[in-house]
Design a protein around this ligand. Structure first.
Ligand SMILES: *Cc1c(COP(=O)(O)O)cnc(C)c1O
Length: 226
């Protein structure tokens, strides 16, 4: 199968799951996760996906330089961000989807202010428990939510999670449902729209969509094994 055929097969699976939840395929955005992929592969995929997801600032930066010019795709940071890379991240990403602490939120807000921009962000929550180390713990989420909502240069769009690494459907869906519940509660307490729920990767995106995901992040199912 060509890349184009793989993308359209994924789009069909997305649409089928979206329809199960009363939505359309186009209600779920497809982020192509391009860590370790070449710029040539990314150029081929870019017109067929909704955004590019990169995990590491340094890798993304050198790819973006190689890409050059204007009019490229939307770039989203989906990996953990260290403070010393925050300035570069604000300069080059359209969204930081992995805000997981008050410290990094404060740093991003300050830098966005200095660069006179507003930065779209997602808060990443650890819904997988002890098996995962990425994302804020659900118990700490309300404080971070409050902090981000009160950060003038951060434009909170929603939440992100990485599901537990298991093929136990019930366990994965419980994790995704817990993110949706956090998001529902945050929406009603804040009065904000918070339209984005980023959940689902190659192995579990269908469960993510069935639990309400509006954004899936897919690497290997599009580009092959890393
Ligand atoms: C690598 C990665 C993905 C994509 O994983 P695949 O299993 O290759 O689809 C999605 N989200 C995050 C945060 C990642 O690090």
């Amino acid at each position: 199968m060509s890349l184009e055929e793989r993308i359209s097969a994924i789009r069909e699976r997305i649409a089928r799951c979206a329809e199960h939840t009363g939505r359309k395929g186009s209600d779920v955005r497809l982020v192509g996760v391009t860590k370790t992929r070449t710029v040539a592969e990314m150029r081929e995929a870019a017109p067929l996906i909704d955004a590019i997801g990169e995990n590491r600032v340094q890798e993304a930066l050198s790819k973006k330089q190689e890409w050059g010019g204007e009019g490229g795709p939307e770039w989203r940071l989906i990996g953990h961000l260290q403070k010393n890379k925050a300035r570069r991240a604000v300069e080059m990403f359209d969204s930081v989807d992995s805000v997981d602490s008050i410290g990094i939120a404060s740093t991003l807000d300050r830098i966005a202010m200095e660069l006179d921009r507003s930065l779209p962000v997602l808060i990443e929550v650890n819904t997988a428990g002890e098996a995962s180390k990425t994302g804020i713990e659900p118990g700490e989420f309300p404080k971070l939510l409050d902090h981000v909502l009160n950060s003038p240069r951060l434009n909170l769009q929603g939440l992100m999670t990485i599901g537990p690494l298991t093929d136990d459907e019930a366990q994965v869906r419980r994790a995704f449902a817990s993110l949706r519940e956090l998001s529902d509660r945050a929406r009603s307490s804040s009065g904000r729209e918070l339209p984005v729920l980023s959940m689902g990767m190659s192995g579990d995106f269908e469960w993510g969509i069935l639990e309400g995901s509006t954004m899936v992040r897919i690497g290997t199912a599009l580009f092959g094994p890393r």
